[in-house]
Design a binder for this molecule. Sequence first.
Ligand code: URA
Length: 435
Amino acid sequence: MRMYDIIMKKRNGGELSREEIDFFVEGYTRGEIPDYQASALMMAVYFQKMTERETVALTMAMAESGDRLDLTGIKGVKVDKHSTGGVGDKTSLALAPMVASCGVPVAKMSGRGLGHTGGTIDKLESFPGFGTALTTERFMENVNRIGIAIMGQTADLAPADKKLYALRDVTATVDNMSLIASSIMSKKLAAGADAIVLDVKTGSGAFMKREEDARALAEEMVKIGNSAGRKTLAVISDMDQPLGRTVGNALEVREAIDTLMDRGPEDFTRLCLTLGSRMLMAGGRASEPEEAEELLREALKSGRALKKLAELVEAQGGDSRAVYEPDRLPAAKILLPVPAPRDGYISRIQCDEVGICSLVLGGGRQTKDSRIDLSVGLVLCRKVGDPVKAGEPLAMIHANEEGKAREARSRYLAACAIGDGPCACAPLIKAVIGA
Ligand code: URA
């Protein structure tokens, strides 16, 4: 088999066989196929697209390119959750303890922030001492003992995707549905859960800006998961404005704690209940969404879900006192309000720009190796549809440097639009695919 022939077949619109896809993935992972041939193939895929059979084959080949977690040592149906990424998306921080406190084991591998979007692993490190580099044995032991563990992705999980993703990032071949679906699902399949609940974001802060693209991606990923024998479903949710009211690592942890104390923002709580009820159903704990939601509400009201977060923090070496005393979390020195320039109603908050505000403050990475400031970020005082008077704060900037605070303030102002009359807010939950 020759890589040249594989590129030409795809360039001419042919369908690649499983053997051809395996040849490419294995050769590229081993360093035998050079980046220029892999780039050419990615560009051919970008223009010619992939059939469903090819997408499944690519997913499986990448999932099998490195370590695969064997979670069979964990009792019960293991349910994983994955978000395609957003701004203020602290969902796993509240959702994982909620679900685990209802008796469904959560064995979760999470990532760090990427571009303007945040990552669960960075957020969890706001708890002083919290460790995310667990051995597989400790990961499994924790799930068996307390029902929950969250670790960072191991270096050798789906290494083909890691290499290919970095290549796509610099060759303008990221935004192809089959390539995104296979990239996400290869990691999920290698991480070993029995069931997968996907949160596919759409809107100005999401990867998929248009709802129809988010729907197509969700359908593709659900098909891949189910054909690999994992019960998979996807919730399509709004990311046209930040989720909840906080953006920034420790600030988001505080909001997740508030939510676990049953006093979180309405949109964030709703998303956790929707995803959580699907996870409980996938885990066999409930048969209807209403029944599952009742269990989750009870876990919030009784304090069981909050206690589960404290157990998670404790088990991974963090200071669990911060769960009950959030003032122990990192806090920024400077608080700078963003005053509204006029009376009116918030008609738009350009979501990716808000993510960039947090990045500018130091809350995200500018390069792969940058250190992040866990304390900085923004607290939104007004969301889309809210009335505001001139001079009232649209948001509070939490910063440690005056210059960065001012830059974030002007960016935030530019990201907000104020209209004359009330406007409707887009629905948070747009669809559930594969239920
Ligand atoms: N996230 C991934 O893991 N892969 C993609 O291709 C896009 C988003």
